[in-house]
Design a protein around this ligand. Structure first.
Ligand SMILES: Nc1ncnc2c1ncn2[C@@H]1O[C@H](COP(=O)(O)OP(=O)(O)OP(=O)(O)O)[C@@H](O)[C@H]1O
Length: 209
């Protein structure tokens, strides 16, 4: 007779912590926006920052925009999973943005810079880390200038930094090449990676909480 009780390995995979990282202007924010539009049952961790809000950005959705004093108070209280000063601005991941959804069984998507990804990897070695990279430095440069959010000196600084960060690709589990004009394809690759990870025989179990 055929048994009706669920077989080992048939239960749903545990929630994933998905880290989307890459150099400045590689497109990680665009990829995260594209993932949102897929309307999967994921929680998008919102980063807190002291940088000014750019036009089109929504407070609480794209970033949590904070005054420096508020940010530093959260940091002192250990309410940030990681924090860093990048290009003179503070960025940090509120602990609650990652912990609460994971406890509730939801996958968490976290877009973060390369150094932040390294910190998260130390705290949560089982995180799934995806490196978003441009096809060439020329593409990166033209995207940076096309975005128009940085001056010439700042853009050069980011390009120099990008060369260093591109060399850190081996720290990541996967890489996706975000080619110019092909953002949708990049987003679908990330979606496919997450889908495949859900089918692992030995799933990742994030347990830094
Ligand atoms: N595949 C693509 N093709 C063309 N333009 C793109 C693509 N992906 C992103 N862009 C554009 O490149 C610019 C940089 O992208 P985005 O802001 O998402 O990068 P980022 O990695 O989040 O940057 P930062 O770390 O500096 O915030 C934006 O103007 C975005 O619209």
């Amino acid at each position: 007779m055929v048994g009706s009780s669920e077989l080992p390995h048939a239960s749903p995979a545990p929630p994933l912590l998905v880290v989307i990282s890459g150099p400045s202007a590689s497109g990680k924010s665009s990829v995260v926006s594209g993932l949102r539009q897929l309307e999967r049952p994921w929680h998008f961790a919102v980063t807190a920052t002291t940088r000014p809000q750019r036009s089109g950005e929504v407070d609480g959705r794209d970033y949590i925009f904070l005054e420096v004093e508020t940010f530093l108070r959260m940091r002192e209280r250990d309410e940030l999973l990681e924090s860093a000063q990048v290009y003179d601005r503070w960025y940090g991941v509120p602990r609650q943005q990652v912990r609460d959804p994971l406890i509730a069984g939801k996958d968490v998507i976290l877009g973060i810079d390369v150094q932040g990804a390294a910190t998260i990897r130390q705290i949560a070695p089982e995180a799934l880390t995806i490196f978003v990279m441009p096809a060439s430095l020329d593409e990166l440069s033209s995207r940076l200038s096309g975005r128009g959010t940085e001056g010439a000196a700042e853009m050069q600084r980011r390009l120099d930094e990008a060369s260093v960060e591109l060399a850190r690709i081996a720290e990541f589990d996967y890489r996706v090449v975000n080619r110019n004009g092909e953002l949708d394809a990049t987003v679908h690759e990330v979606d496919a990676i997450i889908a495949a990870e859900k089918c692992r025989v030995n799933p990742r179990l994030v347990q830094f909480l």
